[in-house]
Design a protein around this ligand. Structure first.
Ligand code: BES
Ligand code: ZN
Ligand code: ZN
Length: 505
């Protein structure tokens, strides 16, 4: 937990154990600030020189000092030579610097921190946004999935209290940013927890119950369809994926309505496979355990709905999550089976491991039929192909709609959930042709680009709704080298969607 307060009093007037300042590369050692800090941390200038600390991005300098009899720690964080970075990387340097605060605190008993807020303009944002990022990232960095760790010394979750020191004229803006930041941080960490939970502890039923609870508490409209209604409604995709499992599937629909007249409606559809064994087309043993995260898209959508119930964007949002477990058994779908989706189209299931597109197809069809949204976004850990192509730092964006691409790319640059647009030309469409059904769920090898051809499969279920697909297979979990993540889930999509919806134009 994170307790944040904002003050216009200076850093040195705070009574905490950790004092945090940011430094651009090539800063002036003889500056007033360094001189001031040297009161407690003398000889600060020499210590920094000795440690070769110049303020480079992703570097830190931790210095022990005394305030009378009290041990205090100064944490100096490098953010690099900001003038040499692109806008999106300037603020990213700031985020990573913030992540280091928590990593440093975890190695000590420091839980009370004071941060000297830097000038927002240096990072190309306003004071409100800087505060929001500060709080969201501190919250994210302090998340640790330690529910099942019994040894106290290995549990890293702590309560931190943090004072943000700022100028009087920014205090009100910063307080708004803090409130936003806490909401977003909470939504992110909630989605991460759902992903990190073992698949036996987060079944489709349980994830749907979380969604229902959120809807009730935050006054969202909601519908939850169970196995029987999924079958009765003709959702052959969700049924086919779940029928080998002892766990029942669910389709979650959450509705957020704005009071703003004439606002468009946006459908967010997230893949919710609580465990993907591959089904009868079973996956190799190595890495299969990571497939507990195959519901990361659904988690991002459900958690985003909670965040926006507070933040109140001026758009209507429908959050859909088809949720199922993909298991092999005597009742499982066989390669060669032909299934029929909610919109009447059929597909031959040639590979039961290409299951994400099957459950998304029904949820998308449902959104089109019952809401006729103005725009639709799918988010899914859909293909290993995308993870190979882009690695852990960018998710794939596929669309033929430039407006949607631009809005999401803009949100991506601002939020830190990075996207890269892949080609989405109709030439790839032929890859999912099938001789015995409308579509094949496994694209022809000659077309290779597996992320893109999966996107074309989905496009058959968007009707006439402008549609964009995000493949987060590489970015949803185990992203290395980022100070504010840990091994495990990232909740990719929550920060992106909140930004995308809040800045709708
Ligand atoms: N959930 C996987 C994709 C995945 C792979 C996510 C690695 C995260 C990390 C998906 O259901 C899958 O198995 N896709 C297959 C599709 C293929 C059989 C057409 C893949 O990418 O190999
Ligand atoms: Zn699969
Ligand atoms: Zn999957």
């Amino acid at each position: 937990m994170l307790h944040i307060t904002v003050t216009e009093k200076s850093l040195m007037n705070q009574h905490v154990d950790g004092y945090v300042v940011f430094c651009e590369e090539g800063f002036d050692f003889s500056s007033h600030r360094v001189q001031q800090l040297s009161e407690w941390y003398s000889p600060l200038q020499e210590i920094m020189r000795q440690r070769h600390f110049t303020g480079k991005a992703n570097t830190t300098c931790v210095v022990a000092g005394v305030d009378g009899q009290r041990p205090v720690t100064l944490i100096v964080l490098g953010v690099g030579n900001l003038d040499t970075y692109r806008q999106e990387d300037r603020i990213e340097n700031y985020r990573r610097a913030l992540g280091h605060i928590i990593r440093i605190a975890e190695k000590t008993t420091i839980t009370k921190l004071a941060i000297e807020m830097p000038q927002a303009e240096r990072f190309g944002v306003d004071a409100c946004r800087l505060a929001q990022e500060t709080v969201t990232i501190l919250d994210m960095a302090s998340y640790h999935f330690d529910t099942f760790i019994t040894e106290p010394s290995r549990r890293l979750s702590r309560d931190y209290s943090v004072v943000l020191c700022t100028h009087l004229d920014h205090k009100a803006e910063i307080e708004v940013g803090v409130e936003f930041g806490l909401r977003i941080g909470h939504a992110v960490n909630q989605a991460r927890l759902w992903c990190d939970l073992p698949p036996v502890n987060l079944t489709p039923t349980e994830l749907a119950e979380h969604a229902a609870r959120i809807a009730k508490v935050h006054n969202l409209g909601f519908k939850i369809f169970d196995k029987k209604s999924i079958i009765d409604m003709g959702m052959g995709g969700i049924h086919a994926v779940s029928k080998g499992s002892a766990e029942e599937p669910r389709l979650v629909v959450l509705e957020y309505k704005t009071e703003h007249p004439g606002a468009p409606t946006i459908a967010l559809v997230g893949k919710g496979v609580t465990f993907d064994s591959g089904g009868l087309s079973i996956k190799p043993a190595s890495g299969m355990e990571t497939m507990k995260d195959d519901m990361a898209g659904a988690a991002a959508v459900i958690s985003t709905m909670e965040a926006i119930s507070h933040l109140k964007p001026r758009v209507n949002v429908i959050g859909l999550a088809p949720i199922a477990e993909n298991m092999p058994s005597g009742t499982a779908t066989r390669p060669g089976d032909i299934i029929r989706f909610y919109n009447g189209k059929t597909a031959e299931v040639r590979n039961t491991d290409a299951e994400g597109r099957l459950i998304l197809a029904d949820a998308m069809s449902y959104a089109v039929k019952h809401y006729t949204p103005d725009y639709m976004v799918t988010i899914a850990t859909l293909t290993g192909s995308c993870a190979y192509a882009l690695g852990p730092f960018y998710a794939g964006l596929m669309t033929q709609n430039d407006f949607l691409a631009d809005s999401l790319l803009q949100a991506s640059r601002e939020s830190g959930d990075r996207l890269w647009r892949l080609p989405f030309h109709d030439d790839y469409r032929a890859a999912i042709r099938n001789d015995v059904a409308d579509l094949s769920n496994d694209s022809s090898a000659r077309y290779r680009a597996g992320a893109i051809t999966a996107g074309f499969f989905l496009s058959h279920f968007a009707g006439d709704v402008p549609f964009v697909h995000l493949d987060i297979a590489g970015t949803a979990f185990d992203v290395p080298d980022m100070s504010y993540y840990r091994s495990g889930a990232t909740a990719f999509g929550v920060r992106l969607f909140v930004d995308f919806l809040m800045n709708w134009k």
